[in-house]
Write a protein that binds this ligand. Structure first.
Ligand code: NAI
Length: 417
């Protein structure tokens, strides 16, 4: 298979949308210019399992400019933008992803990207790494390392490293400050609200909006929902995060208490069964339930299906389940990340920094893989600072510079006054 996409005829529409996205990706464009001169990825075969969006297309072009041969598959069955997949194929890339593909096709596409014997794996959720370790360990010898985009993937990888089963080094791109401070918070915040609104067209102002999980994504989502006029409730299991949410001005309570109050529910925990049968039983008629965490396990959909006397798709990305007592609960986007299922994922300006990290992580692996242990590593701090500096410059923002006197003061311990 050279590629497997929905319709090559969508290529032109995809090209235009990629052009639009790239205008807000100045940092990645600068890296691409350097890559095209220096070719740091020359001879590298790279398998990228990412959400196939306009921003990913821009990353693929950057990696290719650096000399890599790039193969692309989706990191979620519902997140592919079919026009972008077509545009990439029309540019000569091998892309294997179709929005709405079934589980069998999803894994067939992942395996197509592994058949090419990649030197670098680029994951969003650790599916390539997990597939290699569970089924295709013969590929390990030629792999320099991997990169990982998201919190859930990093958690999976750290657990593999702790158990001593990780067979090559992985760079946790998610752990760069220029990634999770911005992508997880502002990117997920805005695009999750966007996905919910595109799917439902419901008014948020005055509603009760329940956010499960007050991590990086939850903080962003809560602040954006509040900005739309919603009254926000946070559920948490971590006392520090719960305290932070309370002091940020939100109501904090267990899900069982929030369940009868919420008009909207969105999970962003990276955990499973956060909303389950006991909560569905308490929800009011018309409650809207969705997820923006990586996997579709945060809402116990099996229970919802078993409890329902009937179900119907009432509009795109909205499936309504009717309970025996007549209450209707709407599940959005099959419980998959709603910002990618019903909207377009993060805005390109924020992916500019995430994918600058991905591009520089690939270069870092090529230069340093022989020195790296089979653990999960962070990119060095100077890379984070360089990306932040370039992003500020692209936004026309200048900041102060330490005077020599301040440098001396901040590095000394003698001077107290
Ligand atoms: P995080 O680790 O910063 O936050 C997760 C929070 O959920 C923690 O505070 C944790 O205590 C809390 N939590 C865990 N179990 C819970 C439970 N049962 N009830 C309530 N709270 C619970 O993680 P982050 O970065 O916010 O990511 C969250 C999820 O979103 C991950 O799956 C990540 O991969 C995904 N993600 C999704 C994106 C998207 O585009 N939709 C973008 C970035 C990350």
């Amino acid at each position: 298979m050279d590629y497997d996409i929905k319709d090559i005829g969508l290529a032109q529409a995809g090209q235009l949308r990629i052009e639009w996205a790239e205008r807000s990706m100045p940092v990645l464009r600068m890296i691409r210019e350097r890559f095209s001169k220096e070719k740091p990825l020359s001879g590298i075969v790279l398998a990228a399992c990412l959400h196939v969006t306009t921003e990913t297309a821009s990353l693929v072009r950057t990696l290719a400019a650096g000399g890599a041969k790039v193969y692309v598959c989706a990191s979620n069955p519902l997140s592919t933008q079919d026009d972008v997949a077509a545009a990439l194929v029309s540019e000569g890339y091998n892309v294997f992803s179709i929005k709405g593909e079934d589980t069998e096709t999803y894994y067939k596409h992942i395996n197509a990207c592994l058949d090419v014997k990649p030197h670098i794996t680029m994951d969003d959720g650790a599916d390539l790494v997990s597939c290699i370790h569970s089924q295709r360990q013969n590929l390990v010898d030629t792999i320099l390392g991997g990169t990982e985009e998201t919190t859930t993937g990093v958690i999976r990888l750290k657990s593999m490293a702790e158990r001593g089963v990780l067979l090559f080094p992985v760079i946790a791109v998610n752990d760069s400050n220029t990634k999770h401070f911005f992508d997880n918070r502002y990117g997920t915040g805005q695009s999750t609200v966007d996905g919910i609104l595109r799917a439902t067209n419901r008014l948020m102002a005055g509603s009760w909006f329940v956010v499960a999980g007050y991590g990086w994504c939850g903080r962003g989502l809560a602040s954006r929902a509040a900005g739309m006029g919603a009254r926000v409730i946070i559920t948490e299991v971590d006392p520090l995060r719960a305290l932070e949410a309370a002091m940020d001005g939100y109501s904090v309570m267990p899900m069982a208490q929030a369940a009868p109050l919420g008009d909207f529910f969105c999970t962003v925990t990276g955990d499973r069964s956060v909303i389950r049968e006991e909560h569905f039983k308490l929800m009011k008629d018309g409650a809207i339930v969705c997820n923006s965490g990586h996997f579709n396990v945060e809402i116990d959909i099996d229970s919802l299906e078993k409890m329902a006397v009937s179900r119907r798709v009432i509009r795109g990305f909205v499936e309504e389940f009717t309970m025996p007592d007549g209450r209707r609960i709407a599940l959005l986007g099959e419980g998959r990340l709603i910002n990618l299922a019903a909207a377009e994922g993060h805005p390109s300006s924020v992916m500019d920094m995430s994918f600058a990290n991905q591009a520089l992580a690939s270069e870092f692996l090529v230069k340093n893989s022989s020195k790296l242990s089979k653990q999960v590593h962070k990119l060095p701090d100077h890379v984070d600072n360089e990306i932040a500096t370039l992003k500020l410059a692209s936004m026309g923002i200048k900041i102060d510079v330490l005077t020599p006197e301040q440098v001396e003061y901040l590095s000394s311990w003698e001077m107290g006054t």
